[in-house]
Write a protein that binds this ligand. Sequence first.
Ligand code: GLU
Length: 478
Amino acid sequence: MNKNNAIRVRFAPSPTGYLHVGGLRTALFNYLYAQKTNGKSILRIEDTDKGRFVPGAKEDLMNTLKLLGLSYDEGPDNEGEFGPYVQSARTEIYRKFAHELVERGKAYYCFCSKDRLDKVRKEQREKNQTPMYDGKCRNLSEDEVKEKLGEDTPFVIRLKFPKEGKTVFYDKIRGKVEFNNSEVDDQILMKADGYPTYHLANVVDDHLMKISHVIRGEEWITSVPKHIFLYESFGWDLPKFVHLPLLLNPDKSKLSKRQGDVAVEKYLEKGYLPEAMINFIALLGWHAAGDREIYSLKELEKEFSLNRISKSGAVFDLEKFQWMNGQYMKKLDLDYISEKTEKYFTDAKIDISDGEKYRKVVENGRKRASTLAGIIEHSTMFYEDLQFTDEDLKILSDEKAQKIFSFWADALKNADNLSLQKINDLVKQSQKELEIRGKDFYIPLRLVLFGNCHGPDIPTIVDILGKEMTIGRLKKYL
Ligand code: GLU
């Protein structure tokens, strides 16, 4: 099916070395909107801040998006007709537009030194004013500018933002939004190194790449007046603005590293599943018509709508994420879960060469853990020698316990192909014949086989351990 070229959205991350969960939410909502409307989604790398360059960050970011299943129609590794899609490869374009703005009288050269700007800001802070450029170079004459340029004085280009009036715009989620122009700074558009700032590059690219909807986090809404001024100064049409609600910590403060991880990669490393990650992130600020919470990416593509995005901040609730991940761990294909869990076993130096046993171990662990990594703590006892306390040893050496162990060791020795059903029968039979039931039966047996009085039922434990290992554990304490 041909895509609708009238709807073009973009995810425009700055590659900082990791994907912030808020960034993923932006990427996901853009993706979903494009899918829903049959529009196009674009990945654009905003890497013009040389001070923040992190080698490999762009590739890592694209890998993370791929892993999560978020594809795009155009991007650095999938060039469309509006490339390049990496801003550092477009600096000539921005330079040209910055100078064009100067010619149009909408921007100006500023020759102020860093020392002067620091001093101005310091004075403003002392007077309790918002730090802003004081406009010293705003009205330099043409001759003054020529002279400075002739002397090779370093310069930046600043936006000549109107000092009076208001900027009013419509945001799809916030509705009508107003800013007093006097509160907007004469933003630097081009830095002394000839690189653009975010504002210039972002607007120029959104225009050149024919972006129809700017969908991004609410922290960018204060930039909109500057952007609108840029669009209008160039005589370009405005895109539609869609600012997604802030992400909050459980205490309603702005989501921060201090209260937990914010890097998507960290969650994936810990064994949160991509499917759960997508589902959880989708519900940060968006909800479907009913109260259903579990959605695959495919289902979200159908259900998603901008109309169901809320205004109020969305709490990043880790407990809910854990619950949701647990749901996916139980529900997804066992082979898939087993494969994804392998590396945690390898890291824990557990030999999983017995594939059949490993599958059973994962099947048991995935019902109990909330992350893939968490499966390990429900699994080591099936592989490693058990450790017992003096208290445990007392239980194991009890007369009744010994009777159970000896019964089981004999019965298993004579049994061939142990099925769950057979082990179940053995549980019943041994209780009956030995006349030991309830706690007296289960506590010692589970302890000797599993190293803990609590845990899976006996048939599951024996089934995982297999005949040899079960007999070995029983005999060791006989
Ligand atoms: N590069 C900005 C960021 O890092 C993009 C903001 C926007 O979408 O306009 O989030």
